[in-house]
Design a protein around this ligand. Structure first.
Ligand SMILES: Cc1ncc(COP(=O)(O)O)c(C=O)c1O
Length: 311
């Protein structure tokens, strides 16, 4: 792999030099927000296709606003730095991009003092093929850990510190033999997966949790709702979901930037529907794959292409 770079404190640095001080507020208290963006390698055109990059930076801006973090750059500037980094890092394979806005003050005390604080934007890339299996179907358990509440640490904002909740749920689920988990709200409704949104299929209709049930307002969730409606004529009903609806669904799948569309064939040791990957799930998974690879012209506005010539 060629020399890898990161962006930190306003400049591109060799990845190994992109370090922060141990007294950094974000390290001490988790006071940072982030995004996960995926870019796909298109060998025919020697381009990387970055999926919905403007939407990711819009969400980063909203997360920052919720946390009173001051975005040091405009959305256009962050997109531009992202495209430059993809070129500098010679990304010629599917890649995950991680921008972070963090409290850069070297200061003890959790208070988010504004406006006299120092916030910074940083960015790095890592190669990423698949996060979860998207072919054969995964086994998902209901986690005993509950999702964070909007009035505690809002799931709507992608807050670094909130991913302790994800880590606990995902790790304990893995130790119990599950590929991933579903987390419930304090009221016992289905929220989402450890780091992905959930869809069920019942009677030919898609169901997903509403944004008021402590989920991240997923960009893939929005893409899937749009594709299902426009391309397949399938409506999505966003309403609170009970745990036992998982067990009687005809089909189920997780969606997310890293996850893509991952079919679920078992919940808590109970087969979902026939126990095989369902027909609607398959159609949506394949449509999504085409869209992110820039193969459906209708959705070209979701794809930002950047040439990466081989050195
Ligand atoms: C908690 C959580 N929910 C859902 C998602 C899916 O969101 P998106 O489709 O925007 O990647 C993520 C992705 O990072 C997540 O961390």
């Amino acid at each position: 792999m060629s020399q890898q770079y990161a962006y930190l404190r306003g400049e591109f640095l060799p990845l190994e030099d992109a370090n922060i001080n141990i007294r950094t507020h974000a390290f001490l208290y988790g006071t940072a927000v982030f995004e996960g963006i995926k870019a796909y390698w298109l060998p025919e055109t020697q381009e990387m296709a970055v999926f919905r990059v403007y939407d990711h930076y819009r969400r980063l801006s909203q997360s920052s606003h919720i946390l009173r973090l001051q975005l040091p750059l405009s959305i256009d500037a962050m997109v531009d730095i992202t495209l430059q980094l993809i070129q500098k890092n010679q990304c010629r394979q599917d890649t995950y991009i991680r921008p972070i806005v963090y409290k850069a003050d070297l200061r003890i005390g959790p208070i988010l003092k504004v406006p006299d604080t120092k916030d910074d934007f940083c960015l790095f890339t890592v190669p990423m093929a698949g996060y979860l299996d998207t072919e054969k179907g995964i086994h998902v358990g209901v986690s005993p850990w509950r999702r964070l509440d909007d009035n505690a640490i809002p799931a709507r904002a992608k807050v670094n510190g909130a991913y302790v909740n994800t880590a606990l749920a995902k790790t304990d689920g893995a130790l119990c033999g599950f590929d991933d988990v579903v987390v419930l709200t304090q009221e016992g409704h289905v929220a989402e997966g450890s780091a992905m949104n959930l869809f069920l299929v019942r009677n030919g209709q898609l169901l997903t949790s509403p944004v008021s049930d402590n989920i991240l307002e997923g960009i893939t969730r929005h893409s899937v709702i749009t594709l299902a409606e426009r391309e397949l004529g399938i409506q999505t009903l966003c309403r609170p979901l009970d745990r036992t609806e998982l067990y009687i669904a005809d089909e189920a799948f997780f969606v997310g930037t890293a996850t893509e569309v991952a079919p679920i064939t078992k919940f808590d040791h109970r087969p979902v529907g026939s126990g095989q990957v369902g027909a609607i799930t398959r159609q949506i998974r394949d449509l999504y794959s085409k869209v992110v690879h820039g193969l459906l012209p209708t959705y070209e506005e979701w794809v930002t292409r950047v040439k990466v010539a081989s050195l």
